[in-house]
Design a binder for this molecule. Structure first.
Ligand code: ZN
Length: 158
């Protein structure tokens, strides 16, 4: 979650300081692609009023809240079996990929897979080829040196 310093941090929309004058909230870092339209709002803080007034506000709230629900331990259910995944070493997490509902990647946003079920997952090769073409395109730019997309590709490769 974004680190917010009351009376110091500023709203990502209006640049005013966040303090007792108006309600505010922070979003977690949930966008790994710095070319994504939501990237600059990820891991940032906002006045609630500014968020509600911004044209992109509703979309931003939708995906950030979906991410927050997605990472909750009780929601880590395998896409193949529906069973709860409790061990980190068994867990493949596909977080936020895109907000573009026309993209074939959109259906894979916020997916949990138990590593043992990867070979049984009927969409494994589809997602893998989508991620490989995304990697080769200009549409994904890694913000962090960890190369999130490459790690994701590696994690779902059989
Ligand atoms: Zn503001």
């Amino acid at each position: 979650m974004a680190l917010i310093l009351h009376g110091k941090s500023t709203c990502c929309f209006c640049n005013q300081v966040l303090n007792d004058d108006a309600d505010y909230r922070g979003f977690p870092h949930f966008v790994g692609n710095s070319n994504d339209e939501l990237f600059k709002y990820s891991d940032n803080a906002f006045h609630i009023d500014c968020l509600n007034a911004a044209p992109i506000g509703a979309k931003l709230i939708r995906y950030a809240d979906e991410f927050i629900r997605f990472i909750a331990p009780g929601n880590r259910k395998c896409v193949v079996t529906g069973e709860l995944i409790t061990k980190q070493e068994d867990h493949i997490m596909i977080g936020y990929l895109t907000s573009d509902e026309a993209s074939a990647l959109h259906q894979f946003n916020f997916t949990h897979i138990h590593r043992n079920n990867l070979a049984k997952w009927q969409d494994q090769s589809k997602l893998l080829s989508l991620l490989l073409s995304l990697r080769d395109s200009e549409n994904w730019q890694n913000h962090y040196p960890q190369q999130y997309l490459s790690m994701l590709i590696q994690s779902i490769t059989l």
